[in-house]
Ligand binder design. Structure first.
Ligand code: NDP
Ligand code: 2IT
Length: 444
């Protein structure tokens, strides 16, 4: 059996009941097949793939906290320090009731290659909890965040492991966690990114994932003889990534006609009103029904449905496995030109294959959503030099990074005879740097 197939079986056997982790590994291994098979004996002798798919360290912990009524709750905390070959572990924290070990491992595994693609010195990690911030008071969220950090602090540090936000973790949660870290350690260091602007955060970090997604999409279309300007765009999600993807798409002259949350979706043929969306989601933390009732042109629909809307460009920005084979068929039937992932692994393997078979330009999240973590790394640089850069400076660097990522993945795909397969290009380009660093550092 080939080494690649052997390792996939090994992952399934060693990590039972972790389907998202299996899926993430499968996608990467399939892309790497050509690279590994050209040099199989050497990779096998070094057990390079076994090391790549096994986290360096997995931290699981109890998070007890007290709600406003005095009731005690217990949640599970996770931090997976996956790979530090090219830099300190770096990756977000996700607070969502669906969080489990397999989900955090899939996210941590993706992060290794994504962070490599940014060209910045950051390794891969991810963490989180099955805590649900929805419907909790600020006081309860603070109680949870302080308890979470009371364990996590001993495992992280500005040169060790630098968490940030992800689903359910935004500026509020980062602030509470930063305060607790500082209190316990008595050290003012850039241990988290996505911090507020008054205490070490970077301008443009809030916007970075969504803006970066559009910078890459713009370059992708341009290099394929098209233009983002004038395109109809469909976006899923209504959180951090979706909001700033919509904002930048509109700045670039596209019309975004949808967004969604976990209960329903909006079709707004006049184009999403971003200021209203921010008010509903960032300020009121409310449901999209409030957007619809404040906006006469908008229709609200229960459940899923954004992929049924005719569009030129689709940007899944909510969560994993939200764009399945039937959705891909509908998008293709409606003439979609490009699908770029803002979320992590939103497209299933079958849907990805269908889009690629039908000549849709498809870019996977580890390339197209890398702008968030790249700007986190820029926040780390600013913290290290104890300076802060202007919005324009950070935004220009972000744009350059995204344009470079597009060209790197395009070049890697061509070099290995898979022109236009940006998934293969991203996985190969991300892998080669990490593999070389791992080899150079010996068996660790
Ligand atoms: P947010 O928590 O800000 O927003 C998530 C959005 O997705 C919400 O609108 C949420 O709806 C919706 N959603 C729909 N279904 C689900 C579900 N089953 N589970 C969770 N959310 C759901 O998160 P982000 O915008 O930060 O993250 C979105 C995606 O982008 C994730 O895949 C994340 O890993 C990825 N990402 C985030 C980066 C960042 O910098 N924040 C960087 C790179 C990738 P509702 O409010 O109803 O829950
Ligand atoms: O998935 C991701 O890249 C993130 N959630 C951002 C991670 C980070 O460290 O900024």
């Amino acid at each position: 059996m080939s080494y690649v197939d052997e390792i996939y079986n090994y992952v399934v056997e060693k990590n039972p009941a972790q389907p998202e982790f299996h899926q993430a590994v499968k996608e990467v291994l399939e892309s790497l097949r050509v690279v590994i098979e050209a040099n199989e004996e050497e990779y096998r002798k070094d057990a390079l793939l076994e090391r790549l798919v096994t986290p360096e360290r997995q931290i699981l912990f109890r998070v007890p906290w007290v709600d406003d009524k005095g009731q005690v709750h217990v949640n599970n905390g996770f931090r997976i320090q996956f790979n530090s070959a090219i830099g300190p572990y770096k990756g977000g924290l996700r607070f969502h009731p669906s969080v489990n070990l397999g989900i955090i491992k899939f996210l941590g595994f993706e992060q290794i290659f994504k962070n490599s693609l940014t060209s910045l010195p950051i390794g891969g990690g991810k963490g989180g909890s099955d805590f649900d911030p929805k419907g909790k008071s600020d006081r309860e969220v603070m109680a949870f965040c302080q308890s979470f950090m009371t364990e996590l602090y001993r495992h992280i540090g500005a040169d060790t492991d630098v968490p940030a936000g992800d689903i359910g973790v935004g500026g509020r949660e980062i602030g509470y966690m930063y305060g607790q870290y500082k209190r316990i350690r008595d050290t003012y260091e850039g241990v988290l990114t996505g911090k507020g602007l008054t205490y070490g955060g970077s301008l443009a970090r809030t916007q970075a994932t969504g803006y970066g997604l559009l910078y890459l999409t713009e370059e992708l279309l341009k290099c394929n003889g098209s233009d983002i300007k004038g395109k109809t765009v469909v976006v899923s999600g209504a959180g951090n990534v979706a909001i700033y993807a919509i904002e930048k798409a509109q700045q670039l002259g596209a019309k975004v006609v949808t967004c969604s949350d976990s209960t329903g979706w909006i079709y707004d043929p006049e184009g999403i009103d971003v200021a209203l969306l921010k008010e509903v989601k960032e300020v009121k933390r409310a449901r999209l029904t409030e957007y619809a009732s404040a906006r006469p042109s908008a229709e609200y629909h229960e459940g899923k449905g954004v992929w049924s809307v005719k569009c030129d460009v689709a940007l899944p920005c909510a969560t994993q496995n939200e764009l399945l084979l039937d959705d891909a068929k509908q998008l293709v039937a409606n003439g979609v030109q490009a699908v770029c992932e803002g979320a992590n692994m939103p497209t299933s393997i079958e849907a990805t294959q269908y889009l690629q078979d039908n000549k849709v330009l498809f870019v996977c999240g580890k390339a197209s959503n890398a702008g968030g973590v790249a700007t986190s790394a820029l926040e780390m640089s600013q913290n290290s030099e104890r300076l802060s850069w202007t919005f324009e400076e950070v935004d220009a660097k972000l744009k350059q990074i995204m344009v470079n990522i597009y060209h790197n993945i395009d070049d890697a795909a061509r070099k290995y005879g898979m022109e236009g397969n940006y998934v293969a290009g991203a996985n190969i380009a991300g892998f080669l740097k990490v593999a070389e660093a791992m080899k150079a550092q010996g068996i660790v």
